[in-house]
Design a protein around this ligand. Sequence first.
Ligand SMILES: NC(=O)c1ccc[n+]([C@@H]2O[C@H](COP(=O)([O-])OP(=O)(O)OC[C@H]3O[C@@H](n4cnc5c(N)ncnc54)[C@H](OP(=O)(O)O)[C@@H]3O)[C@@H](O)[C@H]2O)c1
Length: 332
Amino acid sequence: MDKQFKALMVREKDGLFNASVEQVPFAEMRQNEVLIKVNYSSVNYKDALSASGNRGVTRRFPHIPGIDAVGRVASSASDRFKEGDPVLITGYDLGMNTWGGFGEYISVPAAWIVPLPASLSPFEAMSLGTAGLTAGLSVFNLIEAGIDKDSGQIAVSGATGGVGSIAVAILSKLGYEVVAISGKNDEGFLTDILGAAASVPREAFVEKYNAKAMSSAEFAAGIDTVGGDVLSGILKSLKYNGVVTCCGNVASAQISTSIFPFILRGVKLIGIDSVEQPINFKEKIWNLLADEWKPTRLKDMTKEISLEQLADVLKTISEGKAKGRFVVNHRL
Ligand SMILES: NC(=O)c1ccc[n+]([C@@H]2O[C@H](COP(=O)([O-])OP(=O)(O)OC[C@H]3O[C@@H](n4cnc5c(N)ncnc54)[C@H](OP(=O)(O)O)[C@@H]3O)[C@@H](O)[C@H]2O)c1
């Protein structure tokens, strides 16, 4: 095996963080149970936070971000996996303080690994990636709460982003009527590619549904990926027994609501975490994503990029300008 591997390394100098592609000696990588040769990694909002030196995500630098990866086992000290096995990793400490998928190799505990489902190609697995798992968990929670395709319209925020776009695509495939909330004027992407029934501009949504403590009851459920006034608006506009999941704080970590949606309409707010879920539950959601939930136009939602293009893409994501999914192909 090579004595070095290629990676996007983030280094700190005088309080500033700089990401560049480097050859990294294997000797510098912390050794774990299973060494994996990475084919693809996906680009997520959290990677942009890590690459910009956000201490809530990554405490130690130099660091290789990348919170998910798909590849083949290169060597294993665990009897659960053998050389050549196709595998998938999302979350836990990967890409946070453990070097992540923006390197050609990762070394992780066996307990973090999901076998790659047979009906998912490595490209599809990372086209979904952490965003897909999070969208899947959100959909799972709506279904568990009794929301079905006849319940009414489902509002999805951050709809052109990673989690939002996959949530819209899964729900549309399952026959739900989705209203996509987006800050971008891209009706074609939202309706033709993702399958939303309608879209509403983010600003108009915030203005319309936050005017009073309660708004007209319009949506059966919501999947919120941005927090702040958008989530506040969804809470106020849910129908009786409505449900909304929340997973992200791109807009804000604060919400502004009275308790009225909860005590007058029985609304439920469900928190979603994809990082620390038990591995068996992750595997269950991955099997759904690989099969009946797999978005039909996944390829059209995804751009393949090289490691060299990654720093620019991270910047686009941190500015909220990204559309769909970005997948790093280590062979490009
Ligand atoms: N809890 C978990 O396990 C988990 C897992 C994955 C992600 N997350 C979190 O979920 C959020 C979304 O992640 P992602 O990977 O989908 O990010 P992303 O690809 O960057 O998408 C975020 C989307 O949010 C919208 N947006 C951007 N700036 C905004 C603003 N100021 N106000 C309102 N909306 C804004 C944009 O969509 P539009 O232009 O279409 O509105 C953007 O594309 C992040 O906060 C991330 O940390 C949490």
